[in-house]
Design a protein around this ligand. Structure first.
Ligand code: SF4
Length: 216
């Protein structure tokens, strides 16, 4: 069981979301999982380059949700130190390594969606009026791994512990499941897959809840 980000990354080669991390000599080499066999990739060498790569999808559209399954292709990044690797992965998937470590320690607090909605203020306060049935439909569409988000959902709908959506497959709630498989990509039997965990609803889902209520 991992105790730190460093130990979580010791299992290289590994997959984190749509990223493949390998080691060549003492360097870490990152690329899109689909590009493993490509040799005409644009080369990068700084952890900060991940910010730009993660900003847009293949079509040049801005990616508001960094864990959406639309990471752009066509790049390879070589990094010299584990600190650089941590930084780059944090740019690609902000906060996910720290959340993973907290989860491994049993210290990750998850927040029910109703609690997240109830603490909203201003124009988002109305989002709390969304019905349970509407949440069931919305989360199934908004958070689905094939087109929505690659995180594994750990939060519940409400304090009594209702599931976030009955319309998502059980694998969506299983940290051992490689969510990228939902894209029709075969998971790797040989590589470790590090989950992207979702401990509470993101701002985008809150905004989508508001939209459902306002549309009604
Ligand atoms: S609530 Fe979590 S799983 Fe759903 S879209 Fe936001 S980050 Fe992804």
């Amino acid at each position: 069981m991992e105790h730190s980000v460093e130990q979580a990354l010791e299992v290289v080669p590994l997959c984190l979301g749509q990223i493949l991390v390998r080691k060549t000599g003492r360097s870490f080499v990152l690329c899109h999982r689909d590009d493993e066999a490509c040799d005409d990739l644009e080369m990068f060498g700084k952890a900060g380059d991940a910010i730009e790569i993660a900003r847009y999808d293949d079509a040049g559209n801005y990616r508001p949700l960094k864990t959406a399954p639309n990471l752009q292709h066509g790049w390879r990044m070589t990094l010299r130190t584990s600190d650089d690797l941590k930084q780059a992965l944090d740019h690609f998937y902000p906060g996910r390594l720290e959340v993973l470590v907290a989860w491994h320690h049993g210290q990750l607090r998850t927040t029910p969606l109703r609690e997240t909605l109830d603490r909203q203020s201003g124009m988002y306060r109305v989002a709390a009026k969304i019905s349970d049935a509407q949440i069931d439909d919305l989360v199934a569409d908004f958070c689905r791994s094939n087109g929505g988000c690659l995180r594994t959902i750990l939060w519940k709908r409400d304090r009594p512990g209702a599931i976030a959506s009955t319309k998502l497959p059980t694998q969506k709630f299983d940290p051992a499941w490689d969510q990228v498989q939902a894209l029709g990509r075969t998971g790797s039997a040989t590589l470790a897959t590090v989950p992207l965990l979702c401990q509470e609803a993101c701002n985008l889902l809150v905004a989508a809840c508001r939209k459902v209520v306002k549309t009604e």
